[in-house]
Design a protein around this ligand. Structure first.
Ligand SMILES: C[S@@+](CC[C@H](N)C(=O)[O-])C[C@H]1O[C@@H](n2cnc3c(N)ncnc32)[C@H](O)[C@@H]1O
Length: 204
């Protein structure tokens, strides 16, 4: 997802530091509560918004495109959701500050597939990155990945053991579980086109 640059986005984010962290500091009380969930590459926020309205817990959304992040922030602000916070930046850059915390679930929804083989290391589920992501899990925590892309799905299934992790569940035709799950913009779009959704649950 690449958003059109919005001139209002950065000033809006800077004016809403109660919702959008400029940086993640050590000792952040919101992130130290339990349970706490992280979505990497949250896009416009529909998944986190949907989930935090169904389930208790604190939710952190991370997105590197600041125009898209600002769109999500506006929605969350207008809904006055008390249990969501956001942060802008690339996962690799934010990881050192995230490493002060442990998450119960980490969601990767429709991550960029980087279809060219020579770009495989850029995928969020490249084994070295997957290992880094898994280091943020609580004991008993899970990474839950969804994609429409069969190549990214197959790639991820191969990368999981290379990262020293275990596939707990996998399906190439995920039936949406309305009671316990929420739908991102991309999931809604692909389901609308009649495409299969692939889903993997990963544990340490
Ligand atoms: C294809 S979109 C999917 C958005 C949303 N998760 C959904 O399912 O509708 C992928 C999003 O992840 C973001 N993204 C990709 N790699 C990222 C990274 N390394 N760190 C932060 N955000 C990332 C992109 O900017 C984009 O908004």
């Amino acid at each position: 997802m690449r958003g059109r640059a919005k001139p209002w986005a950065v000033p809006y984010l800077q004016e809403h530091t109660e919702l959008v962290y400029p940086t993640i500091e050590e000792g952040n009380a919101f992130l130290l509560q339990s349970p706490v969930y992280l979505e990497i590459g949250m896009g416009k926020g529909d998944f986190l918004i949907g989930l935090c309205q169904k389930q208790q817990g604190n939710y952190l959304g991370l997105e590197r495109d600041l125009s898209i992040l600002a769109t999500a922030a506006k929605k969350i602000e207008s809904l006055e959701l008390p249990n969501v916070r956001l942060v802008g930046g690339d996962f690799d850059d934010l990881f050192p500050s995230l490493a002060h915390y442990r998450f119960d679930k980490i969601y990767l929804n429709f991550s960029d597939p980087w279809p060219k083989k020579r770009h495989a290391k850029r995928r969020l589920t490249y084994h070295e990155r997957l290992k880094t992501i898994a280091s943020l899990l609580n004991d008993g925590g899970r990474i839950i990945m969804k994609t429409d892309n069969p190549i990214l799905y197959a790639f991820t299934l191969e990368e999981i053991p290379l990262a020293g992790l275990t596939i707990e569940e996998s399906t190439d035709d995920y039936v949406f579980d309305d009671a316990n799950d929420a739908m991102s913009e991309y999931e809604a779009r692909f389901r609308g086109l009649g495409q299969n959704i692939h889903r993997i649950v990963i544990k340490r």
